[in-house]
Design a protein around this ligand. Sequence first.
Ligand SMILES: NC(=O)c1ccc[n+]([C@@H]2O[C@H](COP(=O)([O-])OP(=O)(O)OC[C@H]3O[C@@H](n4cnc5c(N)ncnc54)[C@H](O)[C@@H]3O)[C@@H](O)[C@H]2O)c1
Length: 336
Amino acid sequence: MAKTRVGIFGAGYIASVHADILANDGRVELVDVADMVASNATRLANQIGDAQVGSELEDLFRMDVDTVYITTPNTTHVAPVVSCLERGLNVFCEKPMATDAAGGERIREAALASRGVYNLGMNRRYAYTHDKLKTLIDSGDLEAHSAQLKLNRGELLNPPWTADPNKTGGFLYETTIHQIDLLQYLFGPVATLRCAARSAISASEFDDFSMLFTFESGTVATLSSSAHSGWSFPFERVEIYGRYATATTEELERIRYALDLEQVVKTEDYTHIPFAEKGGYAEENRLFINALQNGDKPPVDVNEASTLNLLLASIYESARDNREIDFTARRRETIG
Ligand SMILES: NC(=O)c1ccc[n+]([C@@H]2O[C@H](COP(=O)([O-])OP(=O)(O)OC[C@H]3O[C@@H](n4cnc5c(N)ncnc54)[C@H](O)[C@@H]3O)[C@@H](O)[C@H]2O)c1
């Protein structure tokens, strides 16, 4: 099998996480790195060995790559993703897919017409804590009757662009997208949603959210997310309640669960596992390359990504209009 020839567009923080993983995958050849800041491209190329360096997406096309990682900032994903798909290239794009419903629809149309494979990078699914939750639920050991999730950020001050919704698309697209994706990954399709939000500190966007979801599976869940709440541990948590059973995650570090009233509470602690493994980055890349090499389903395909994108837009709409949204109907109308 020929190696997957990868180009990376956007050579910042998360690109270096993916590049380190790909550099250790014998099925991959890292061909080219492009960034509008030349020193960023050079630094990443040096980090991974002998990749070529460019400044534009077209530089990757000239190097005959078959797969492109899009790792530029949030509001700059749609145009390069569509360009790659129109050329029949495979795409791994970091979250978010887009920062509005129309952008997600443009990508979905391009992906459905392309021979290239589209995948959205949602590493949290494969974090050890969440992988354990998924195994408990799918095995039937934990029936998720209800759940409460939270994902807070310490502040939107560092770096300063995190406070600019023109760059992030909004706090939910920047941060809370991870827990919103987990909701559907763990509990299945959302049936209805309602969100109340306020701008407690930010001048230009909602920064505190309380959300209520019902699922077609019957599960009910709440998600609370605050942008300026400090960094006290754990700022990220999933808590699931079942039949005399509870499972709770603390950050990506630990999970505690008890599956019966008289059972010992079990703890798994991943503190010593390397970040790229316990954070799910290694697994999402393995699964993506499997999809390209073996024809497997990519980990977060374009329909799942589109549903997530529509869900985010619908949560903001619910907050703005102060009303519940029938998401089952909306998803069927838009995505099928
Ligand atoms: N899954 C995760 O855990 C995770 C973590 C961090 C970031 N991300 C996502 O990854 C993306 C990148 O975030 P980051 O933290 O690596 O940002 P970053 O600022 O460290 O890197 C972005 C890079 O893109 C380059 N760039 C910006 N616009 C460009 C353009 N038009 N053409 C070419 N290069 C351009 C910048 O020069 C920079 O080198 C964001 O969408 C972010 O949401 C995901």
